[in-house]
Design a protein around this ligand. Structure first.
Ligand code: NAD
Length: 498
């Protein structure tokens, strides 16, 4: 049985203490073990990052950016290998794994703009003979804690930008699918990163608590479920750290009576069942305005759900792989049972799905519930599986009131041909990322990603311009070089230009 190592000071480090099993979700077999870091190992990573920081901070941004140009090339050259590792441990299809890597590479491209992003703001003659400028300096040693569902993309949301801004980074990826994350980090070293600037430690709560408590770790970026996001935000900020903690979601798609139904159905299929519903931006609720569009949706989408091609992510041309673990499978099937017991109509039941020669895989077919109401657990909670719920309402206002009352506010979208409805929706919906006829409105790398309400704790969104702000500290300098001949008397009134 192979053991997946940590990466400290640019070197692989294996440990023999506590371990976690890593599964192939398509077969249910344990394929490797991953060491879970203890406090001593974490300290090694922190020491390595701390030692690397002074030189990296002073490396010109344009030189730092060169590393990321080479990194992008290496990621592209290794795309297939990385995607295979993702599929083998996460279960998602090869094409979907390539897709997440490509979105991650877009964040690397953004990081190559570090010289432009960090050039600051300058005011000549802010006062007599006084110039003033804002400089964006790195925060120091910063850490990222990432979820299983995007083992390539979510770490790439964080450390390329953090490192390009001059910080040193400790990454604690998900212990469920760590291999692709590790390979990608090693490619950054191959691209020329100095030792210690990025460290990868695998682990669980013990490692995360160590990062929260370590005084040398100045900022924490977290992406994962809401209870852990809230915990990390509250414990981290209590200790004076910067924290951005992105949590879970329940994303609604509104179908207006005038929606282009064929396109809306295609969009919903991909957004609800892609990656087996294990995306924080997955659409898990279709809110139909009027019974006519709801009935038409059911008629069109049911055969498509029944025709989903489900199998091991290693096979090409599939729509959906397995869920990530047996526990995830049991959790999602538990929600299906709960929905039935609560009185929702289970129109498509994916529980009977069998994948030939993969009887022990964590597979579940697509499920569809109709007549779901806001008091049901399947509506209120994040299921994180291939389950779409239909809620029927009478008006756009009722649809928006429903969405605005939900505790999560990550993503949402509206399908309509009516610009007035689309504009009202964009203006008044209490959600951080909004699509109009776009089912997964994940912002491109030069915008920023984040939800509202209990989908994000902290002030700044992830990556893009907000990411630059998060990973830098503004220092504003006011400088005077008086003319030699002038002498100014002491001023006791507060200086101003007035
Ligand atoms: P998770 O919260 O279980 O784990 C996320 C990270 O936290 C992992 O690195 C894990 O090791 C660590 N962790 C787990 N338990 C911990 C504990 N008790 N204390 C400290 N750290 C702990 O999430 P997951 O199952 O890996 O990922 C799925 C969740 O992530 C979903 O809720 C999904 O919506 C969310 N997610 C959100 C976004 C977003 O951008 N908002 C993106 C991707 C995933």
């Amino acid at each position: 049985m192979s053991t997946i190592p940590h990466l400290i000071n640019g070197e692989r480090v294996s440990t023999s203490g506590r371990m976690a099993d890593v599964f192939n979700p398509a077969t249910g077999e344990v394929t490797a073990q991953v060491g879970l870091a203890d406090r001593a190992l974490l300290q090694q990573a922190i020491d390595s990052a701390k030692a690397a920081f002074p030189a990296w901070r002073n490396t010109p941004p344009a030189k730092r950016a060169q590393v990321f140009f080479r990194f992008k090339q290496l990621l592209e050259q290794n795309q297939d290998t990385i995607a295979k590792l993702i599929s083998a441990e996460h279960g998602k299809t090869h094409e979907d794994a390539v897709g997440e890597l490509r979105r991650g590479i877009e964040n690397v491209e953004y990081a190559t703009a570090a010289p432009e992003l960090l050039k600051g703001e300058y005011s000549r003659n802010a006062g007599p003979n006084i110039d003033s400028w804002s400089d964006f300096q790195p925060v120091g040693v910063v850490a990222g804690i990432t979820p299983f569902n995007f083992p390539a993309m979510v770490p790439l949301w964080m450390y390329p930008l953090a490192i390009a801004c001059g910080n040193c980074f400790i990454l604690k990826p998900s212990e469920r699918d760590p291999s692709s994350t590790l390979l990608i980090a090693e490619l950054l070293y191959e691209a020329g990163l100095p030792k210690g600037v990025l460290n990868v430690i695998h682990g669980d709560k013990e490692a995360v608590d160590g990062l929260i408590e370590a005084p040398d770790v100045k900022a924490l970026s977290f992406v994962g479920s809401t209870p852990i996001a809230e915990y990390i935000y509250s414990e981290g900020t209590k200790r004076g750290k910067r924290v951005q903690a992105l949590g879970g979601a329940k994303n609604h798609a509104v179908l207006m009576p005038d929606a282009d139904l064929d396109n809306a159905v295609s969009a919903l299929m991909g957004a609800a069942y892609g990656s087996c519903g294990e995306r924080c931006m997955a659409i898990s609720v279709a809110v139909c305005v009027g019974d006519q569009i709801a009935d038409a949706l059911v008629e069109k989408i049911v055969p498509e759900i029944q025709a989903l091609k489900v199998g091991p992510g290693s096979c090409k041309g599939l729509d959906m792989g397995p869920l990530v673990t047996k526990a995830a499978l049991e959790k999602v099937t538990g929600y299906v049972e709960d929905g039935v017991a609560a009185g929702a109509t289970l129109v498509v039941d994916g529980r009977s799905l069998k994948v030939a020669d993969h009887e022990n895989g964590f597979f579940l077919g697509g499920c569809l519930f109709d007549n779901v109401s806001a008091d049901m657990r399947i509506y209120k909670e994040e299921i994180f599986g291939p389950v779409l719920c239909i809620v029927r309402v009478d008006s756009l206002e009722a649809a928006m009131a429903l969405i605005n009352a939900h505790e999560y506010g990550n993503g949402t979208c509206i399908f309509t041909r009516d610009g007035e409805a689309g504009r009202l929706f964009c203006d008044e919906i209490e959600v951080g990322m909004v699509g109009v006829n776009v089912p997964l409105p994940v912002p491109v790398a030069y915008h920023s990603f984040g939800g509202w309400k209990r989908s994000l704790f902290g002030d700044l969104h992830a990556y893009g311009p907000d990411g630059v702000r998060f990973y830098t500290r503004r220092k504003t300098i006011t400088q005077r070089w008086p003319q030699r001949a002038t002498h100014e008397a002491a001023q006791f009134a507060f200086p101003s230009n007035g």
